[in-house]
Design a protein around this ligand. Structure first.
Ligand code: NAP
Length: 326
């Protein structure tokens, strides 16, 4: 019998895919670090037993309909909004993701973004680099305090809890909102459950960490920003689709909120003339939440193990539709 075939849509470290090479023929898209073109992805999907994908690949119904041999999609992310999981399940394809291994690293970045936006760190660094530092003055580049402030986390899951743990060190009050209560966060981190509107009304920092779903798409809109405090900073480390960006730009320009820190955007990558990049009180990062070398390698290894397990008929360490298929 032929070996199964795996198509990897972006160059990943060779040592992390060694377990896959033992059981499958592996082909990797490795062309000047550019995304695989759609037509090539579809062509490869037609013959592949497994796809190893990244979050910018649209793994949709059309692909599943053409991919007659496909058994598993291993997505190199915890979020899987780029994969039509319903269509995958209908076609008997297991969808795997990478939870847990990126939790602490992403929480570190979320907290760094909070601090950068609150204390205007990128602006301050730019100030020196542009040779503007002439004098010390009392309110020069003065930002907002972080300690003893109120952090509102929307989406208190794995990463949310990890951010809350960091916030306790800053003696922050922690409010959270989910569709269901997170008793662990309440007991172990002293977080308080709040309705969404209560978070908007009370939090100095509102952090989105929800997955992108039909419910969360566009949930941060004009109406929501208008309910936030004028000194509030909005942070998004979940997915860009949760935010109506025109509304965020308008809210910041008209002073409804004080600023924002964003790691994710509606359509990535964003150009340097994007309206959010133009605002001095917005810190923009290029979707680097989980981007430490250790964590990215751990994510790559987990994706390889997930695919290998499915190809060997074993339960993968992380799959989002395993129980529906098996
Ligand atoms: P998780 O453990 O599943 O947490 C997600 C939380 O969101 C859950 O507590 C869930 O609680 C809540 N939630 C879901 N739908 C909601 C809704 N409609 N309203 C309010 N809360 C809702 O996931 P995680 O590992 O923490 O990751 C969270 C997300 O972060 C991922 O899905 C991904 O999109 C994003 N992420 C981004 C980066 C980055 O690089 N920026 C890195 C990693 C992850 P309920 O089910 O009770 O509502």
């Amino acid at each position: 019998m032929d070996n199964p075939s795996v198509f990897i849509t972006r160059k990943v470290p060779e040592d992390t895919i060694a377990p896959l090479r033992e059981v499958a023929d592996v082909k990797m898209w490795d062309y000047e670090d550019t995304p695989v073109p759609r037509d090539i992805l579809l062509e490869e999907a037609e013959t592949a037993t497994a796809l190893y994908t990244i979050l910018s690949d649209g793994i949709d119904r059309e692909l599943f309909e053409r991919a007659k041999h496909l058994k598993v999609v291993g997505n190199l992310a915890v979020g899987y909004d780029n994969v039509d999981v319903g269509a995958a399940t209908e076609h008997g394809v297991v969808v795997c993701n990478t939870p847990d291994v990126l939790t602490d690293t992403t929480a570190d970045l979320a907290f760094a973004l909070l601090m950068a936006a609150a204390r205007r760190i990128p602006e301050a660094e730019q100030y020196i680099k542009e040779g503007k530092w002439g004098n010390w003055s009392p309110l020069l580049l003065a930002g907002q305090d972080i300690h003893h402030k109120t952090l509102g986390i929307v989406g208190m899951g794995r990463i949310g809890e990890s951010v809350a743990k960091r916030a306790t060190g800053f003696e922050m009050e922690i409010l959270y909102h989910n569709r269901s209560r997170n008793e662990k966060a309440e007991k172990e981190l002293g977080a308080t459950y709040a309705l969404f509107d209560e978070i908007l009304e009370r939090a100095d920092f509102v952090l989105n960490l929800t997955p992108l779903t039909s419910e969360t798409k566009g949930m941060f809109n004009r109406n929501v920003f208008s309910k936030m405090k004028k000194n509030a900073i909005f942070l998004n480390v979940g997915r860009g689709g949760a935010v109506v960006e025109e509304d965020l730009v308008a809210a910041i320009k008209q002073g409804d909120i004080a600023g924002a820190g964003l790691d994710v955007f509606q359509k990535e990558p964003i150009p340097e003339d994007h309206p959010l990049v133009q605002l001095p009180n917005v810190v923009c990062l290029p979707h680097i939440g989980s981007a430490s070398v250790e964590t990215r390698k751990a994510m790559c290894s987990l994706t390889a193990r997930n695919i290998r397990n499915v190809l060997s008929g074993e339960r993968p360490e992380a799959a989002v539709n395993w129980d529906e298929i098996k």
